[in-house]
Every structure is written in C-alpha cells, then in structure tokens.
Design a protein around this ligand. Structure first.
Ligand code: NPW
Ligand code: ADP
Ligand code: K
Length: 505
C-alpha cells in the first residue's frame, strides 16, 4: 500500500483527470460513495447525523456522503460552513446535485452549533482535507473546538480537519476523530508521532485513482503488510544445512552489560540463523555460554570491563551485528572503524555502536559491503546532530537524506518503524505495540534482523520482514498471553515460534 504526500495526491488527481480521462466530478462521486459505505459500519439505523461541510473538495466529498446516507434512510443534517459563492468546481456541482434531489442545506451564519450538536449521535467532519495551509482560520477554529468538546462519535473524511497530509508541520488545532476514512492512499501524517492519534482508527477506500504517478515518482513510500511477508519470506529447503541458513557474528557486550548480546544472539538463532558466534569480553563468556548454549564464542581483549580491540577476530561471516551493550568508551570509535573497513559482508550497527559510528562517519564511504543502521530516535538525532523533536517533525526526510548521503540502510525505530534504502525508498512497519517500549527489545530486533539478512531475500525484504515479525510477535503476545505492561524483550524471542507457525500455516 502506497503512502503519499499532498503533492503526490494532487499529481495523481491531475493525472487521472488529464491523462486517464476520469473527471473530477466522477472521482468525488466515487470518494463520497465509498466513504459513506465505509461509514455505515459505524452507524446505527436511527442515528442523528450532522455533517459539517467546508469550502474545498473535502466539503465536496461531504455533499456526496450526505446525499448517499440520506438516500439510504439516515437522518442527516448538512451544515455548510462556507459562503455558497466560495464553493466552486466539483464541490459546487455536488452541492447542486444534493439540492436537486430535494434535500436541504443549512448555512453556518454564526448560529449556536453547540446546541445543534446536542441531539446528534454522530458528527461527520468534512471541513478541511489535504488543502489545509497555515493556522486554522475562522470559522473552522471555532467549529473544530466544538467538535472536540462534543461527546458523540466523530468520523473524519480523508484527514481529521486541521491535520496536514505531510510531515514538517506543527499542529495547533485539529479534529480528534474516532475514525477517519482516508481517500485511496494513506497520507504521511497518519504515521507521525504528533499527528497519528488525531486519526483515531483509520481505513482507506478505493476511489479508482491510478497509482502510475506514484510508481513513477522518484521515491516511494509503502506500508509493509502481512501479504508482503508471506510473499517474500523464504521457506526452507528440505536439503538445506546449517551453512545455508547463514553464519552470523555478534560483536558487543561489556562486563556491565552481558544481557543485550545474549538477547541479540538468542533472537538471531530463534529467527533462523544457522550458526552464530559471539565475540565479547572474556569476563562474560562463561555466563553467556550458559544462556546461549547453541552459540560459539570468541574472546576479545578487554580493558576496564569493555572491549579494548577486535584482536585477531576473523570477519568471514555472512552477517555481522555490532554495538549492542558495547558501551561508549574511548576505544569504541577505533573498533567501529576497524569493523567498517575490515568486514566485507553485511554489517548491522546498533545501540552504542551508533554512537561510535558518529565519530568515524567518513569511513562509511570506504566500505564495500552493505551497511544497516538501526537507530531509535535518540540515536538517529545524535547521528544527524539535531534534537529528537526536530527529527520527529520530519522522520521521513531525515532518514532519507542520511541513507542516501551515506549509502546505508536505515531502520528508524518507533511506533511505526521506518525502513529506508540507500536510494531513498521507504517502507513503514504497521506492527508492534507499546509493550515493546522496554529495555532490550531493540537488541532482540537486531538479532532478528541479523538472521533475516543472512536468508535468501533482498536487504529491503530482510529488514521489512524482520521488523514486521518483531512487532507482530509482540502483538500476538499482547493479545493472547501478556499485556503491554508485563511484556519483556525475552518474551518476544520466546514468541517467535508462534509467529513463524502462523506465517507459514
Ligand atoms: N485525488 C484527490 O486529491 C481527491 C481529493 N478529494 C478530496 O478533496 C480534498 C482536497 O480538496 P482541496 O484541495 O479543495 O482542499 P480542502 O482541504 O478540502 O480545502 C482547502 C480549502 O480550505 C481552505 N483552507 C486551507 N487552509 C485553511 C486554514 N488553515 N484555515 C481555514 N481554511 C483553510 C482554503 O481556503 P482559501 O485559503 O482558499 O481561502 C481552501 O480553499 C481531499 O482531502 C479529499 O477529501 C476527493 O474528492 C477526490 C479525489
Ligand atoms: N509504542 C511502540 N509501539 C510499537 N513499537 C515500539 C513502541 N515502542 C518501542 N517499540 C519498538 O521497540 C524497539 C525498541 O528498541 P530500542 O529503543 O533500541 O530498545 P533497547 O535499546 O532498549 O533495546 C524498537 O523495535 C521499536 O520500534
Ligand atoms: K476532514
């Protein structure tokens, strides 16, 4: 499923009208009817419905929705919140159709809307869509305040009014919808931390727009779904052997942090790695060996309880993950530089490794092999030299510019983890829940990703599948066994068998 900006949506609209021959009136008819049909699932037969219609095409959709619901027998009052003379084009056309069918439209002229809403069960918000610009002006500011005070159900058309489609905007005022029915493609703002909640539950409706424009655009943004996982996750050959399933190396840990590489390693093995070696400080090996019995060990020279150097480590592995629990000490950048320059295969850098990387960033350009970075927002902001709030305003752009500039894959973790390839294409992961907001879940993700990177799939597929599996496992655990309070990172490792059985069943 494509995810779009306002510009991509308008370009698609223009292409559909000018090149394909689908008229704007027809698209608006499709949108309004499809949205009305979708809304019916949330409506009761006797609901009193108020639809608030704005001056643009979002309002135009509103006129079609009103007509469709009225024809199906619902009690709908239409409040037009703009001067009739300001309503133009397709919206004006559908306003006329509504009137020609014998229905009436009330105009907002400063009347007491709060009282009008009192006997309503549902408010449909068709005030503003993707055309919003700047701070909300009257009367929409007042109407949005009233909608947010209203106790009944609020259903928004395309976007909750006041929320822009794109990233990079501060939101001062917007409708807090219970549900949003999105026209054709989800918009970027439905995945941003500061705007996602305004949408409530959202679903998309197909209005017949072509995807050519988006497909031929420079960069694409897509949601990675279950169907993609089932399509791309490699099944195993009966004649495979442990070497076929990847020989991986995990470098990290310190005396004070033995748990993280234990979790990364156990997760990698559970996720399917054929062979796994752990390279860590000598002090930790005995304890780790009791925990991860399937792995082999390589002891690294240590100093003050952390890795001093990579010593004589052999780098001939299919995949290497470095950084988990490594600590932020003064040898770390030298170790990272050595890993960047000596390893030829796929290198995944996580956690403390990302802090070390920041100090040797230019070495990335001397690397031959594939590099994957898995930062959480704090680590990504540090790499970029910006603040976390700045990053979260524009995660898509920042991840994209970093990935393309440094020729790396970036897995920017969060409620909607964003995967970006070195060309700048992006995938959004929809799985996962707040139970994962707990120490160690990132280490588990690194292990799953290391394993995925060693299986026969593209790097993009490996990363998207790994992130999806990690989140989906947490979702199943929350649904069936745990809660978002008690879930532990190690539960996610133990939950992997059920996920695999489910995917391959
Ligand atoms: N493929 C498609 O794209 C399809 C799109 N469709 C639908 O069309 C919607 C997009 O329609 P749109 O372009 O008319 O924009 P929309 O948001 O309804 O209104 C903009 C108006 O609002 C005003 N306004 C702006 N900012 C404001 C502010 N801060 N405070 C107050 N007012 C503000 C601004 O007024 P002005 O600045 O001109 O005075 C402008 O006139 C889209 O979301 C979807 O629902 C479907 O029907 C079919 C296919
Ligand atoms: N609210 C949330 N919803 C979904 N996933 C989440 C949420 N919070 C955290 N996660 C996921 O949990 C993991 C946390 O990783 P990270 O912050 O590196 O943890 P740690 O460093 O403790 O191992 C990431 O995969 C992230 O996407
Ligand atoms: K709206």
């Amino acid at each position: 499923m494509f995810v779009v900006t306002a510009k991509e949506m308008y370009d698609t609209d223009r292409y559909a009208m000018e090149r394909v021959g689908l008229e704007g009136k027809m698209l608006m008819e499709n949108a309004g009817r499809a949205i009305a049909r979708e809304m019916e699932a949330s409506l009761a037969e006797n609901d009193n419905i108020m639809i608030l219609v704005g001056k643009g095409n979002n309002g135009g959709d509103g006129f079609v929705i009103a007509r469709t619901l009225l024809e199906r027998g619902y009690a709908v009052e239409v409040l037009q919140c703009a001067e009739t003379s300001d309503i133009r084009g397709d919206a004006a056309f559908h306003r006329e159709v509504l009137l020609n069918m014998g229905y009436s439209i009330s105009e907002y002229e400063g009347q007491d809307v709060e009282s009008l809403l009192q006997d309503k069960d549902v408010v449909i918000d068709a005030l503003l869509g993707i055309g919003i610009k700047g701070a909300i002006r009257p009367p929409y500011d007042y109407l949005i305040t009233l909608i947010n005070q209203y106790q009944g159900k609020v259903l928004s058309v395309d976007l909750p009014s006041g929320i822009p489609a794109d990233e990079g905007y501060e939101v001062h005022q917007a409708v807090e919808a219970d549900q949003t029915i999105v026209v054709q493609f989800p918009k970027v703002s439905s995945f941003l931390q500061h705007t996602a909640a305004f949408y409530g539950d959202w679903t998309t409706v197909d209005i017949g727009l072509p995807s050519n424009v988006i497909q031929s655009g420079e960069n694409q943004k897509k949601v990675w779904g279950r169907r993609d996982v089932v399509r791309t996750l490699p099944s195993r050959s009966s004649f495979s052997h442990k070497g076929t399933h990847g020989k991986g190396l995990v470098i990290g840990g310190a005396v004070a942090m033995p748990g993280s590489i234990a979790m990364t390693s156990r997760a990698a093995l559970r996720a399917g790695a054929g062979l796994l070696t752990i390279a860590t400080v000598q002090e930790n090996v005995t304890a780790l060996a009791a925990n991860v019995v399937e792995a082999t060990y390589h002891t690294l020279p240590s100093q003050h309880g952390h890795i001093r150097s990579l010593g004589e480590l052999d780098f001939s592995y299919d995949g290497i993950a470095i950084g988990m629990g490594m600590g932020r000490h003064e040898q770390a950048p030298t170790i990272m530089k050595e890993a960047l320059l000596q390893t030829e295969g796929t290198l995944l850098i996580d956690a403390d490794g990302l802090y070390a990387l920041k100090q040797v960033l230019p070495s990335l350009s001397d690397r031959e092999g594939t590099t994957v970075l898995t930062p959480h927002p704090g680590e990504m902001a540090h790499l970029l030299g910006i603040t976390v709030p700045e990053l979260l305003q524009r995660p898509f752009s920042y991840a994209q510019s970093f990935a393309t500039e440094h020729d790396v894959y970036v897995v920017l973790k969060g409620a909607f983890t964003l995967i970006t390839n070195p060309k700048g294409d992006q995938w959004i992961n929809p799985t996962g829940n707040a139970g994962l907001a707990k120490g160690g879940t990132g280490d588990v993700l690194s292990g799953i990703l290391l394993s995925m990177l060693m299986q026969p799939q593209t790097v993009e597929e490996a990363l998207c599948n790994g992130v999806w599996i990690h989140g989906y496992t947490a979702d199943i655990l929350i649904e069936q066994k745990h809660s978002s309070y008690d879930l532990l990172a190690s539960d996610v490792i133990d939950g992997l068998p059920a996920t695999y059985r489910n995917i391959f069943s």
